[in-house]
Design a protein around this ligand. Structure first.
Ligand code: ARG
Length: 599
């Protein structure tokens, strides 16, 4: 049957496809094998429904088709004889020795639990976080950062080469007023005699905006300043650089606390500035440009405004200025051409869906992007306040991300301290600090990732920090609890008791129903990771570990480890504990959440 891999569902799907090709010809090479997890454990592990829809096109009975497939599956090593149920469903039940061997492989590979690498691997770009200079980095950017960071980890775990890009909004007309305001407020810093001290760039932005809105003269000078900046005037560029540096400091503070991967590379809109003219040329050569009210536009079929009139994508304004979309087209050209990306993900709020649809369509029409490159917008919903309305502070201001994150850590700290006191423990300050931070930040991340990203969610501290439910604290406790069990076992039996590297498949015992249920669930890890890799939904990983912790608890309640009836059973159960811990740690790691050995 060929060497099986640990992503059993994907592997079985491939087998079903080969059987179809063998039986009915090469046109079935891409058929959907319709393999799903069995609806009930007594039906086995998987159900394959492919015979049903084929009945019509093949003009034969689904049951006969099912028989033809089964005859060609040759899965004797992997599953029990396949049962054809009802009109032609295949019930696939994995064989015990197969499961034991798969578990053995997972146990022997603590670092990646035998999750296979993708074949072939791809060059993937993940465009995420992407806040705007001098503007508030808001909760939307927080979502983008958390989701983008997790997806990058999943893709990298599967062996892909991932380039993380922070498409910072560091260019555009707002810089005219900002530079002008800076020149008035901090001439010394610009001259190089003083340090620049604008700790609060957002207030700075607001001040500049007030002046811009109130003062016609300021407005005119600001516009002139933009032109100077775009023409590359040294003093304007210097002021612009200062603003960017200052802003990046603030962003980095948030990234540091969040523990965002350091390889997230800032490559803002300004990077593509020298390439914008070329985009217009390319569009013109492809006959896609049309002038409308002095602006250069691309009209695509199917895009209309509220009045039902065609809604073009503007790529160059009548004054010659370029747009957000122009930059994105230039970025596409660079990412496909220079970076050789094969898959590009854009993690932004769902409000930008239409923007990306149009950018992608134009990129294809203008042959900037070949059909082999996959472009995917990864949209997400809004973060709402506890009241279900727009997320704001009590006084109606936008919440600063640093404040929001620190508050989560503070609450975790309060909670931990009172528990430490209640339990009469003494812990040093470093421990308390590490745990509060891991739990607080983990809670914020997990609450975001556990929701299907397409929906809006309410930001509720109490809920995300709860010790029970589908939350980070619950998972972290589950992990630490298993580590505790292992520590006690090592104390009593010696460190060798935990050494399962050379465990034989036949030594893994799955006689108790709770043992078997836990084992079956552990075996699904690779399939779940593959699903996240293709559907880009980290929530599936959260669902998986939530279910895992439930299955582990049932196992631990009904299957004694230290009091196991035999030494072999004890060894097997300890191995299941160890594997559960590794799977938890690996999965939480893919979500960007660190585990703790105890809390
Ligand atoms: N700066 C944009 C915003 O704050 C997000 C940029 C997303 N990436 C892109 N290539 N357009 O909404």
């Amino acid at each position: 049957a060929g060497e099986s891999t640990l992503d059993t569902a994907a592997w079985l799907s491939e087998r079903v496809r080969s059987a179809l090709v063998e039986a009915y010809g090469p046109e079935y090479a891409d058929a959907d094998p319709m393999l799903v997890p069995a609806s009930r454990p007594e039906f086995g592990d998987y159900q394959c429904n492919v015979a049903m829809p084929l009945g019509k096109s093949l003009k034969s009975k689904p049951r006969d088709i099912a028989e033809n497939i089964v005859a060609r599956l040759r899965l004797e090593d992997v599953c029990e004889p396949i049962e054809i149920a009802g009109p032609g469903f295949l019930n696939i039940k994995l064989r015990m020795p197969f499961m034991q061997e798969q578990l053995r492989r997972m146990i022997a590979d603590e670092a990646r639990c035998a999750v296979p690498l993708a074949v072939p691997t791809q060059r993937v770009i993940v465009d995420y976080s992407s806040p705007n200079i001098a503007k508030e980095m808001h909760v939307g950017h927080l979502r983008s950062t958390i989701i983008g960071d997790s997806l990058s980890k999943v893709l990298e775990f599967r062996g892909h080469s991932v380039l993380r890009l922070n498409h910072v909004g560091d260019w555009g007309t707002q810089f005219g007023m900002l530079i002008l305001h800076l020149k008035d407020k901090a001439p010394g810093a610009l001259a190089g005699t003083d340090e620049l001290d604008i700790s609060d760039l957002v207030t700075f932005y607001k001040e500049a905006k007030v002046r811009f809105d109130a003062d016609a003269e300021f407005q005119t000078s600001a516009r002139a300043e933009v032109v100077k900046l775009q023409a590359g005037a040294e003093d304007s560029l210097k002021a612009w650089r200062m603003l960017c540096t200052q802003s990046e400091k603030a962003f980095n503070e948030v990234y540091g606390l969040l523990g965002v991967d350091k390889r997230l590379e800032t490559r803002g809109e300004s990077f593509y500035n020298p390439r914008l003219g070329r985009v217009i040329e390319t569009l013109r050569e492809a006959s896609l440009l049309r002038e409308s009210e002095g602006a250069q536009c691309v009209f695509l079929d199917g895009y209309v405004n509220r009045e039902g009139e065609p809604q073009p994508m503007i790529v160059q304004k009548s004054d010659g200025g370029f747009m957000y979309s122009t930059t994105d087209l230039a970025a596409l050209a660079h990412r496909v051409g220079d970076e050789r990306a094969e898959r590009i993900l854009y993690v932004t709020d769902a409000g930008q869906s239409q923007h990306f649809e149009q950018v992608f369509a134009i990129g294809r029409l203008a042959s900037i992007v070949p059909s082999t490159v996959s472009l995917e917008h990864v949209p997400f919903g809004l973060v709402l306040g506890e009241d279900g309305k727009k997320f704001k502070t009590r006084s109606g201001e936008t919440v600063k991300l640093m404040d929001l994150l620190s508050e989560a850590v503070r609450r975790a700290h309060t909670d931990l301290s009172s528990r430490i006191t209640a339990e009469g423990r003494t812990e040093d300050a470093d421990f308390v600090e590490l745990v509060s931070r891991t739990v607080g930040i983990g809670a914020v991340k997990y609450a975001d990732l556990a929701m299907n990203r397409n929906s809006n969610y309410r930001f509720e501290y109490d809920k995300m920090l709860a010790l029970n439910g589908n939350t980070a604290p619950f998972m972290l406790y589950a992990y630490a609890r298993i580590r505790g069990i292992q520590r006690r076992a090592a104390e009593k039996l010696g460190a060798g008791a935990l050494d399962t590297a050379r465990l034989q498949a036949s030594e893994i015992m799955l006689d108790a129903p709770a043992e078997l249920a836990l084992a079956r669930h552990l075996l699904k890890l690779a399939d779940v990771v593959r699903e996240v890799e293709s559907e880009l939904l980290p929530s599936k990983l959260c669902e998986y570990i939530f279910e895992l912790s439930g299955k582990f608890n049932q196992f631990y309640e009904s299957c004694p480890v230290m009091q196991a009836e035999s030494a072999q059973l004890q060894r097997s159960r300890l191995a299941l504990c160890g594997l559960s811990a590794s799977v938890l740690k690996t999965s939480l790691g893919l979500l960007g959440i660190d585990t703790l050995e105890r809390l």
